[in-house]
Design a protein around this ligand. Structure first.
Ligand code: NAD
Length: 485
């Protein structure tokens, strides 16, 4: 047995409810497989109404005590979780690589990134404060304090299966909420490992619960109707986010939505082209293009278009595609055959609409759901490639003549998560950054996310922020108390 098979064997496969793992029985279980070769890794409990209701009972019962715990206790527990995650980082990275097909170097980076939220919230919660003042009339004292919002339902996607859970769970936990995690069906194993760590450091029963299921829609609709659940935090696609918001409306649930993206990657005429090419490789091909922050529309000033494209295509052709656990691999598989078929359809549509294929453009034969890293130029603005989130290793490159048109093109999308901008004149890049409709702008950097910064989008990319101070506030309500002097 290889070391990663041993790690997979030791991942708990049940649901975790009220401080205990449920057994996995054959009928009520689903298969988790390795997208890099299509083989089965294990079976995981497929929970139903009984476990869902038990989780709400447990989370709601635990909340009445947990919300009163002192912040030092929550901070200490989170710090112990952080230390354990860092000690077990290699095991967790292997789990992520096996279940998500993410190359090991990227999986290791995801573990560090995921862990950084745990540390950040363990520290931030100690500095959390309210306010105390005399009323303007002088008649009474005014106190404002933060309280946890209540039982939180946390729903996460497969493309960052570990860090999307820590980004939510650490903030909810620090705030004093109890949580019910619904991991993605493709990738439940790294979240099980994380929950195992919460159990091992002594987190009280009911504070953290985990419900793998293949019946996500039935589960969310049941839980959103339960008035004991007070918050839903979702990361995933925009259509599912919109349907959850509708479901959340009846109970006036606090809602945070981290949804899809269609990021522009802008290269100005004065950009350092080597830096821009290196950045585009990361921003586009990270996780085989399966990222909400993926560079979906690479928009290059005409003056440097040919040189950028020549260098970019040469670099893309060097990318090493392979199984996530092989040495030196930079591009893993698509998560599923369906995702690969959709990726190929994107390429076909782009070419039908007039785009020129410069490299790639075909599925890779053999085991696993691999697709060639692909570059297409001059597909039409407003066409299929332009308007949709390309969740695959396809780079679409467009051209523009001016900074004003660059801003207009960048904003020509329903999404607004992140924008990338490469240029050397600080005033010029800031002017463009000001004009971009998105929650985040990265200047001369391909990676923006950071535990201490607010992550999130505008328009169809979502509501609320994760990370930073805002990420904690999103699990809190403010109470105001007036005291007669
Ligand atoms: P998805 O919307 O299909 O699924 C996300 C999660 O929701 C999964 O756990 C899934 O099982 C669950 N789900 C699906 N239908 C549901 C329903 N009706 N009720 C409750 N839960 C439901 O998305 P995906 O394919 O897993 O992930 C890719 C999408 O996630 C992309 O659109 C990407 O941009 C987005 N994403 C956004 C961010 C961000 O921070 N903004 C981060 C990562 C991924």
């Amino acid at each position: 047995m290889t070391s990663y098979e041993q790690v997979i064997e030791s991942v708990p496969k049940g649901a975790y409810v009220d401080g205990a793992w449920t057994p996995v029985n054959g009928d009520a279980s689903f298969e988790v497989s390795d997208p890099g070769n299509g083989t089965a890794l294990c079976r995981v409990a497929d929970t139903g109404e009984r476990e869902w209701d038990a989780a709400v009972d447990a989370a709601s019962a635990a909340f009445s005590e947990w919300k009163l715990t002192n912040t030092e206790l929550r901070a200490d527990l989170l710090r112990r979780v952080y230390d354990a995650v860092m000690d077990q980082a290699e095991d967790i990275a292997q789990i992520i690589s096996a279940e998500a097909g993410k190359p090991l170097t990227e999986a290791r980076a995801e573990v560090r990134y995921g862990a950084s939220f745990i540390r950040w919230y363990s520290e931030l919660v100690l500095a959390d404060r309210g306010d105390f003042a005399a009323s303007p009339s002088g008649e009474y004292w005014m106190v404002t304090k933060k309280e946890p919002v209540g039982v939180a339902l946390l729903i996460t996607p497969w493309n960052f299966p570990f860090s999307m859970v820590t980004r939510k769970l650490a903030a909810a936990f620090a705030a004093g909420c109890t949580s019910i995690i619904k991991p993605a069906g493709f990738t439940p194993l790294s979240s099980s490992w994380l929950v195992k760590i919460f159990h091992e450091v002594g987190v009280p029963a009911g504070v953290v619960n985990l419900l793998p299921t293949t019946k996500s829609a039935a589960m969310s609709s049941r839980l959103l109707k339960d008035s004991r659940v007070r918050k839903v935090s979702f990361t995933g696609s925009t259509p599912v986010g919109a349907s959850l918001l509708k479901g959340a409306a009846d109970n006036i649930l606090a809602s945070s939505m981290e949804l899809g993206g269609n990021a522009p990657f802008m290269v100005l005429s004065d950009a350092d082209l080597d830096q821009a090419v290196a950045g585009a490789l990361v921003a586009k091909f990270r996780n085989a293009g399966q990222a909400c922050v993926g560079a979906n529309r690479i928009i290059v000033h005409t003056a440097v278009f040919d040189e950028f494209v020549e260098k970019f295509v040469a670099a893309v052709q060097q990318l090493k595609v392979g199984h996530a656990l092989e040495d030196g691999v930079e591009i893993g598989p698509m998560i599923s055959e369906k995702q690969r078929v959709e990726t190929h359809r994107f390429v076909e549509r782009g070419v039908e609409e007039g785009g020129r294929l410069l490299t790639g453009g075909e599925p890779i034969e053999g085991a696993g759901y691999f697709y060639q890293p692909t570059v297409i130029v001059d597909a039409p603005v407003g066409g299929h490639l332009w308007s949709n989130e390309l969740f695959g290793p396809i780079a679409a490159v467009y051209r523009t003549n001016s900074d004003d048109e660059m801003i207009e093109l960048a904003n020509r999308t329903e999404y607004g998560l992140v924008a990338y901008l490469y240029g050397q004149d600080g005033k010029r890049t800031m002017r463009i950054a000001d004009g971009i409709e998105s929650g985040m702008v990265a200047i001369n950097r391909p990676i923006i996310s950071e535990a201490r910064a607010p992550f999130g989008g505008v328009k169809a990319s979502g509501l609320g922020r994760e990370g930073g101070v805002d990420g904690l506030n999103d699990y809190q309500v403010t109470k105001y108390i007036a005291i007669q002097r």
